[in-house]
Design a protein around this ligand. Structure first.
Ligand code: PHE
Ligand code: FE
Length: 291
């Protein structure tokens, strides 16, 4: 096993940080548990506790109710232990990866109900912000909702849809769906607005900002509107998309996207893309929680 080529996208000019020499051809690798120092476990515990404390009233109930499935917050958990519980709940597993992996490999794993989790953790000086996703983002942000049956099915459908989008050269449009739902999605509940996106839930500052700040725009979920919308990767989001339920998200994305991509491309060609933070005429916005 000679390992695989490291990924360079998403890391700017820097080489990616993980060791891709230990990855299998599908980019997965065994969780290198021996690499973790006591300081790494402390980093995990501090990150976990800081986020856990903020969840009530900001994270959706599905997330809050499942977060303890990650195991004791004191130490970095073993992927196999989580997979055992996850497999029973929704038939998903988590698998180790050295870091960011190529799109096609990522889609293929999701389509097999295997969620890739980076096995290294950020350094103490990166406590508030890490450029590449690390184990804390991947585990704490993404894994709890994989315990929800509807969201779990959505993630698998996304993987299969990604393989199709690769053939249709539509990955850029599909990536916007991932960004605005899986990473930065908000959900309207009877108790008010809540977060379900992993990028929000694993962020110290953006969790409260996304739900309560009057600054960003919050638009109702609309597939084509979303696919026309650019996003920012270097600051808090200027726009969020709000779903009413995971079932709504699943149903709205179930149809074949082949004609959808064509329509969105047509629309972009005539009217352009929508900027982050832009509001369209007549568009109804959701108010911040507490506004
Ligand atoms: N329905 C989409 C297609 O045919 C697949 C998909 C489902 C994509 C769910 C994203 C999320 O391409
Ligand atoms: Fe993520």
């Amino acid at each position: 096993n000679k390992g695989v080529a490291p990924v360079t996208y998403g890391t700017g000019d820097r080489p990616p940080r993980g060791d891709y020499g230990r990855a299998r051809s599908d980019y997965t690798c065994a969780q290198d548990f021996a690499q973790y120092t006591e300081a790494d476990h402390v980093t995990y515990r501090r990150l976990y506790q800081r986020q856990l404390q903020q969840l009530p009233g900001l994270a959706c109930d599905e997330f809050i109710n499942a977060v303890q499935q990650l195991g004791a917050p004191e130490r970095i958990p073993r992927f196999d232990d989580i997979s055992e519980r996850l497999m029973k709940a929704t038939g998903w597993q988590i698998v180790g990866v050295p870091g960011l992996i190529p799109e096609e490999a990522f889609f293929a794993l999701l389509a097999e109900r295997r969620f890739p989790v980076t096995d290294w953790i950020r350094k103490p000086e990166e406590f508030d912000y890490v450029v590449e996703p690390d184990i804390f983002h991947d585990l704490f942000g993404h894994v709890p909702l994989l315990f929800n049956p509807v969201f779990a099915d959505y993630m698998q459908a996304y993987g299969a849809g990604g393989m199709k989008a690769s053939r249709l050269d539509a990955c850029e449009l599909l990536a916007r769906l991932y960004w605005y739902t899986v990473e930065f999605g908000l959900i309207q509940t009877p108790q008010g607005l809540r977060a379900y996106g992993a990028g929000i839930l694993s962020s110290a500052g953006e969790l409260r900002y996304s739900v309560t700040s009057p600054e960003p725009q919050r638009v109702g979920f609309d597939l084509q509107r979303l696919m026309r919308s650019r996003y920012r990767i270097d600051t808090f989001q200027a726009s969020y998309f709000v779903i009413d339920s995971f079932q709504q998200l699943f149903d709205a994305t179930a149809p074949d996207f082949t004609p959808v991509y064509a329509q969105v491309r047509e629309r972009i060609a005539h009217e352009g893309e929508i900027e982050a933070g832009q509001v369209l005429a007549g568009e109804r916005l959701y108010l911040a929680l507490g506004a």
